[in-house]
Design a protein around this ligand. Structure first.
Ligand code: CA
Length: 700
């Protein structure tokens, strides 16, 4: 009896992963670099943001497949305790599902039953929401040796005990006096947790930091743009980068935040990061003499162990349109002209699909994956875009209705690569934008510092621009052949801002969309196999896992993110859905049902009469467009996640000033704006809001 137990135990130890001390490891404790590298041998798990270090978001699971996907049904769901955009991809390790939600909350569930195991709230002050360009979102957690890591909106990196959700350590990764936020998912490589940040619409200078996964000690930091040359450079390469800038860019931050994409090539020891747009967008305000402004809008390869620069490829030299290259970076080995190449693929905001040699940064090919008008192609001799001269609104002084606009031809929503079909699946879109240089630009606290005149481009007042922009709004699930650089099939959606993508060995592509549908398609030809209405827009990417021999597909539902805020009325083109934040989990034959969706009750528009003179209203529009519209929506039409000010009960009350100037509602995220505007400005904003409310009432 004793002997047989010992034999069984020995066999169990031999089968299980062993730690360095010889102890048996399971669950999140077993996740390390070797385990992630062998992800296909643990196909039931999803251990890292993009499943694997190459971030392909392809699962070898095939129980749910093109032949039976029609039998998908809801296995379980969980109503979340936030009502902002949900962008995270869950992780699943040995039957436990870990997920982050808006406001950087983290939860762990029994992945089979949906029972909540623990919940962690980092208590992000809600007023931090005013520093976030693009909603209070979070894209995911990382797992490593028994810990779960989350970056919080207010700039902390927190390590949690995977078993209990109790915080083990936390480190502040950003300067609190700045306008940094964290929305991206950390990755862990070589015992280092990697985390970037956002804030390039305000005054940020971008960087990425590596922390010791065990105790949170800083290991290295890489700045993506040079600081003040008089103070010396943190890395030698920044001296070279500084030669591509002019003026006093460091006073405005410079931008270049690393707010989303990373990928890791273990065989090369290289970490790839995607770098964001310039601060301000308008290059003439940032670097008046022009220049490439390295490393804005670039893919940069760093040594993962030291953070040392290795190579870069800049997608948009001298960027001036918010064309970030922070979009999904994925690695694959593909045949190009008869030989296998180690490639890196990216479809950044600027609309080109790039195929790059990941060993040295050599551009292999680049082609537009949607219609674009800022450039006509990429010069393969120089690797530089062939620009349309009209696109440089900062030089011409003229309006340029650019396509893509700041929302990009592809934003943060993850793509997927399926080696069986050889296709990359892109949540592609077209969302043109009126670029007009702001006259007398001045960087201000808590304002969108873009150098682009949002008031002049405000849509209802300029009908011809509105028509051009509205008719240009498109969204599609695009199947792209990355080697031959051509579209193979597409599924057209109602508008832009659709969900991230999962592909599987079951010949499936799975995607939710902005109009509230969650669907599965054949990976080879795009035929729709199954769909379900889910009551809210889906922007997050689905993932899949297996527990006790049964395959599941999970996705976070909940409309939100950048497109739900500044575009206001335009965002309705995608489906005008409410935010209902939920974790949804599907399986074959699932029979759970959602509760009925709450009915939308339209409040009555009853503003006080508009009595202000035209000049005051115009001033109010300018202030509104700079400080308020990025959350409350262009021309005072809310995208639905924050109050629509035309309906405010305070339009004729002095409490308006308590809210706008003094932060009376800061617990709701409405920060005090007294640092940026005065009482006359706040009064003029009120007059503009009243005028817009009366216009809307007259012309609903
Ligand atoms: Ca940006």
């Amino acid at each position: 009896m004793k002997l047989s137990y010992a034999v069984l135990a020995a066999a169990a130890i031999a089968l299980a992963a062993c730690g360095p001390d010889g102890s048996e490891k399971s669950g999140a404790a077993a996740v390390d670099g070797a385990r992630i590298a062998q992800a296909d041998s643990h196909a039931g798990d999803w251990m890292s943001y993009g499943r694997t270090y190459d971030e392909q978001r392809f699962s070898p699971l095939g129980q749910i497949n093109a032949g039976n996907a029609g039998q998908l049904g809801l296995a379980w769901y969980f109503d979340l305790d936030t009502d902002r955009g949900q962008e995270a991809t869950p992780l699943v390790i040995d039957g436990v599902l870990y997920v982050s939600t808006a406001w950087s909350l983290v939860k762990a569930f029994d992945a089979k039953t949906g029972a909540l195991k623990w919940a962690y709230d980092p208590k992000v002050p809600r007023e931090v929401g005013a520093k976030a360009c693009c909603d209070a979102v979070n894209r995911g957690v990382a797992a490593w040796k028994g810990k779960i890591y989350v970056g919080t909106l207010d700039g902390r990196l927190v390590a949690l005990d995977a078993a209990t959700g109790k915080p083990l350590w936390e480190v502040m990764t950003v300067d609190q006096t700045g306008t940094y936020t964290i929305t991206g998912a950390p990755r862990v490589v070589e015992d280092k947790v990697l985390i970037g940040n956002g804030g390039a619409e305000f005054n940020a200078r971008g960087y990425i930091t590596a922390y010791d996964a065990e105790d949170g000690d800083q290991v290295w930091r890489f700045y993506t743009v040079p600081g003040d040359p008089a103070k010396g450079f943190e890395q030698p390469i920044l001296k070279t980068a500084a030669e591509t800038w002019t003026g006093e860019w460091w006073k405005l931050g410079g931008g270049g935040t690393v707010w989303d994409a990373m990928a890791y090539a273990p065989e090369l020891g290289l970490l790839y990061i995607g770098v964001g747009n310039g601060t301000p967008w308008n290059q003439s305000e940032r670097s008046p003499g022009g220049g490439d402004n390295l490393f804005l809008s670039s893919i940069v390869a760093l040594k993962a162990d030291t953070g040392e620069y290795v190579w870069h490829y800049q997608t948009t030299p001298g960027e001036t349109w918010d064309y970030t290259a922070t979009q999904h970076i994925m690695l694959a080995d593909v045949p190009v002209a008869g030989r296998m190449r180690k490639v890196l693929m990216q479809a950044p905001k600027n609309g080109f699909f790039y195929l790059i040699d990941r060993t040295n940064g050599e551009l292999i090919s680049a082609k537009p994956f949607v219609a674009i008008n800022w450039a006509t192609g990429v010069d393969m001799r120089t690797g530089r875009p062939i620009e349309n001269p009209e696109a440089r609104y900062n030089k011409t002084g003229e309006l340029f209705v650019g396509n893509p606009g700041p929302a990009g031809a592809h934003n943060w929503m993850p793509m997927a690569y399926n080696a069986d079909t050889g296709l990359v699946y892109i949540p592609a879109q077209e969302a043109p934008f009126p670029y007009i240089a702001e006259k007398d630009f001045e960087s201000k606290p808590i304002a969108f510092n873009t150098g682009v005149d949002f008031a002049a481009g405000s849509l209802p007042q300029v009908p011809e621009i509105k028509q051009a922009v509205l008719s240009g709004l498109k969204g599609a699930l695009l199947a792209w052949d990355p080697v031959n650089q051509k579209e193979v099939w597409r599924v057209q959606h109602q508008g832009p801002w659709n969900g991230g993508i999962l592909s599987t060995a079951g010949n499936l592509v799975v995607q939710g969309n902005a109009s509230g549908e969650f669907a599965a398609y054949r990976a080879d030809n795009g035929e729709k196999l199954w769909s379900m209405p889910v009551q809210t827009g889906v922007v997050a990417a689905p993932m899949t896992y297996e527990v006790e021999g049964e395959q599941y597909i999970a996705v976070l539902a909940g409309w939100g993110g950048a497109f739900a805020f500044p575009p206001g009325e335009l965002s309705f083109k995608s489906g005008r859905v409410a935010n209902i934040s939920r974790l949804l989990v599907f399986k074959l034959g699932g029979t759970a049902t959602l509760p009925p969706a709450p009915e939308h009750v339209q409040a009555e528009l009853n503003p006080p009469p508009a009595t202000a003179d035209a000049a005051t209203i115009e001033h109010g529009k300018v202030v509104y467009s700079r400080f308020c519209g990025t959350c409350h929506g262009d021309a005072v039409v809310s995208g639905g996640l924050v109050p629509d000010l035309r309906y405010s009960a305070y339009l004729d009350k002095d409490y308006w000033f308590d809210i706008v100037l003094d932060g009376a509602l800061k617990e709701n995220g409405m920060v005090a704006f007294a640092d940026g505007i005065d009482r006359d400005d706040a009064d003029a904003v009120r007059d503009y809001v009243i005028a817009r409310a009366n216009e809307s009432k007259a012309q609903p």
